[in-house]
Design a binder for this molecule. Structure first.
Ligand code: N01
Length: 537
């Protein structure tokens, strides 16, 4: 579109039509604002649109992983299983979009290529890869934390002659691996969920593991009518507890150090969490599990014992037992038969710490020790998390500063919502907010509500611009780092730290202060007329 043509003019462009983008569109429409959602995918759903690999489920229980903004929606939707499958979550998202009439506000199969701030008009020019240019007062990034997938950084990724798949971009029509020799690289959440399913089809399955991860059985099952109706009767109380909790998942508060109770008492508590199939219950069983290595070791050893108990071959059990990072400092997983899968004769584990991955070849995978031939390869190798998607868009703020330049040494934000020098730009569950360390639904709703209130405040006062101050941003970055350093998280090479992407700065990219504490801080900022921001007419 040439500069002389009039551009569509809206109050806000929302980037992404996942759970965050849809709710943001709904809230802005309620406010009487005009908004356009731009979505790269062919339909709504975000993460749940792309991640369709077999076995994909959410690790937060169904009854908690849903919007809280509409009591009517809560009552009319009925989840079927303890942990929701990807297809069921996608059905839910579609139900929400239809119920609240959101589809007409979304442009699909379109990527935002750039967003450039015009200091004279105090508005953004947003350009898409389809050649459209939109004029917007606000840009709201609802791009998700894990949306830019990555393949392994070894030569030959395009050389393999058979089909390759990435768990984060799974074909919508599904894939049948029946009778195939299949190689899977990666044992994070996506690998751990899909590997048991692949083993049901493949004739030979070889799993390439660089880091053994902590997983515990999800204990998934159909929900009882009585638990559904009990939750429906008590949703308001439950939502309040979610909002005030540490991780957006209410659990009883720990009262003791893991080191001040007997081994027997400790293991009984871990066993109870294990039986519940609730990650947060084990991670927060004691006050110091995430802050003290010795305390953490007690939980880690409990899981390693379970692995040894489950996996028949002691050498394989040893290789599957995580010992390179404290439990929880890389995202722990819920599984359905993961460790048991390695008891099947046709399933093989390759420990890449002993025999590193060298390259992908025409026929398969080469390690330092051996060539493996496959019919298909699955990359369960994760994402350039938190910043990758934002850095891929050419975002320019005041004085033409590029966001990716500003974030050269790691992301800098105020509250994970705003970025100094990039006025009227908001990041839903952005870096340095609780985001990935929480039930995403709780954090998404909190951010969307905060952003909507902020836009309403500006409108009422006829203010054109809000920009975080550098001082407020510096203060927040320091606080996030300080709280992070109090924990064991920075000790691990994890995607939370950016260490899964070569060359990415090593910075802890989430706020571990807890969603309840964080919400209070955000509310205080708003109550003090957006303290830490400069506002102008
Ligand atoms: O990705 P990951 P994911 N050579 O980054 C390995 C969310 N999620 O898609 O650990 C060899 O966790 C890598 O090894 P290492 C959840 O937040 C949620 O599984 O870096 N191996 C690792 O084993 C999750 O944390 C749900 O040493 C390489 C794996 O690939 C996040 O998404 C379900 C490699 C990547 O694991 C990402 O999960 C699924 C290389 N060059 C995902 N590069 C639920 O809620 C990477 N690896 C259920």
């Amino acid at each position: 579109m040439s500069d002389s043509q009039p551009k569509p003019r809206v109050d806000a462009v929302i980037v992404g039509a996942g759970l965050a983008g849809l709710y943001q569109l709904h809230r802005l429409r309620e406010l009487g604002s005009t908004a356009r959602v731009i979505e790269a995918g062919g339909d709504i759903g975000g993460t749940w649109y792309w991640n369709r690999y077999p076995g994909a489920r959410c690790d937060v229980e169904s009854l908690s992983y849903s919007y809280s903004f509409s009591p009517e929606l809560e009552q009319e939707w009925t989840w079927t299983e303890k942990y929701p499958t990807q297809p069921e979550i996608l059905r839910y998202i579609n139900h929400v979009a239809d119920r609240f009439g959101l589809r007409d506000g979304i442009t699909f199969n379109t990527r935002v290529a750039s967003a450039v701030y015009d200091e004279a008009t105090k508005r953004w020019r947003v350009d898409t890869d389809t050649g459209e240019s939109i004029d917007a007062q606000f840009v709201i990034m609802a791009t998700g934390c894990l949306s830019m997938s990555k393949t392994p950084e070894v030569p030959g990724v395009d050389r393999f002659e058979g089909p390759t798949y990435h768990t984060g971009h799974w074909p919508h029509e599904g894939v049948d691996f029946t009778g195939q020799r299949l190689g899977v690289i990666g044992t994070g959440s996506s690998g751990i969920q899909s590997i048991p399913k692949f083993a049901e089809q493949a004739s030979e399955l070889t799993v390439f593991q660089r880091t053994a991860n902590f997983a515990m059985p999800a204990g998934n099952r159909p929900l009882e009518d009585s638990e559904i109706s009990e939750m429906k009767d008590n949703y308001r109380e439950w939502r309040k507890a979610q909002k005030e909790s540490g991780f957006g998942v209410p659990v009883p508060e720990a009262t003791h150090s893991a080191l001040e109770v007997s081994e027997q008492e400790r293991n009984a508590k871990y066993q109870a969490g294990w039986d519940k199939g609730n990650l947060v219950a084990i991670m927060t069983a004691y006050t110091d599990t995430l802050t003290d290595k010795a305390a953490n070791d007690t939980a880690a050893e409990f899981v390693r014992f379970k692995i040894r108990e489950t996996v028949q071959d002691p050498e394989v059990a040893e290789a599957l037992s995580p010992d390179s990072h404290p439990m929880g400092t890389k995202r722990p997983c819920l599984d359905s038969g993961y460790y048991e899968t390695f008891n099947s004769e046709h399933v093989h584990l390759v420990d890449l710490r002993k025999t590193p991955l060298v390259e992908i070849t025409e026929k398969g995978v080469r390690t330092s020790e051996q060539d493996y031939e496959f019919d298909s390869i699955v990359f369960a190798t994760g994402f350039d998390a938190m910043t990758g998607t934002l850095a891929a868009i050419d975002i320019r703020g005041k004085d033409g500063v590029e966001l990716k330049e500003k974030w050269n040494e790691g992301p800098r934000t105020y509250l994970g919502i705003a970025i100094a020098g990039f006025p009227n730009l908001f990041t839903i569950t952005g870096p340095s907010s609780p985001s990935v360390l929480s039930n995403m639904m709780v954090s998404i709703e909190q951010h969307v509500d905060w952003i909507t209130d902020c836009i309403s405040y500006l409108r009422q006062r006829q203010l054109a611009e809000i920009d975080a101050t550098v001082e407020a941003e510096d203060g927040w970055v320091a606080h996030v780092e300080e709280v992070g350093n109090y924990t064991l998280y920075p000790t691990a090479d994890s995607w939370y730290m950016g260490s899964n992407v070569p060359g990415k700065p090593r910075v802890f990219m989430a706020y571990i202060g807890g969603v309840g504490v964080y919400r209070q801080k955000c509310d205080e900022v708003a109550a003090k007329d957006y303290e830490g921001f400069s506002l102008s007419a």
